[in-house]
Design a protein around this ligand. Structure first.
Ligand SMILES: [Zn+2]
Length: 102
C-alpha cells in the first residue's frame, strides 16, 4: 500500500473526474454507464516513481487502467515497435486518432 502522503485524496479524485468530464481519458467511455468503478490512473506509474499529483493523474475505466497497469509503452500492432502510451495531459485525443487514421 502506498504511503498515506502519496494516496489520492477524494478531493483530487473528484477534480480529476471533473476535468475529464467523467469519461475515461483513454477510451472516452462515460463513468455513469460503466458497471465497474473508475479510478485515478497514474500516467507515469507510481511503481516507477510517478507522483499522485494532478498533472500525473487521469480518469480511467477499469479496463484501460488494468491493461496499462505499470507499463508506459506498448507494441504498435502495425510496426511492432514499442511506442509510448497516450498521455492525456500532453496529447490531444482527437488529434491522435486523426493522425493514426492517415
Ligand atoms: Zn477506458
Amino acid at each position: 500500500m502506498p504511503p498515506k502522503s502519496d494516496r489520492v485524496s477524494s478531493t483530487l479524485r473528484q477534480e480529476v473526474a471533473s476535468r475529464a468530464n467523467h469519461r475515461c481519458e483513454y477510451c472516452l467511455s462515460p463513468d455513469n454507464f460503466s458497471p465497474d468503478s473508475f479510478t485515478t490512473d497514474h500516467i507515469y506509474p507510481r511503481f516507477l516513481g510517478g507522483k499522485s499529483t494532478s498533472d500525473n493523474l487521469s480518469w480511467a475505466c477499469f479496463g484501460c487502467n488494468g491493461r496499462k497497469h505499470i507499463k508506459t509503452k506498448g507494441e504498435d500492432p502495425q510496426t511492432h515497435k514499442a511506442v509510448s502510451f497516450f498521455n492525456p495531459r500532453t496529447q490531444n485525443w482527437l488529434a491522435q486518432i486523426l493522425h493514426q487514421s492517415r
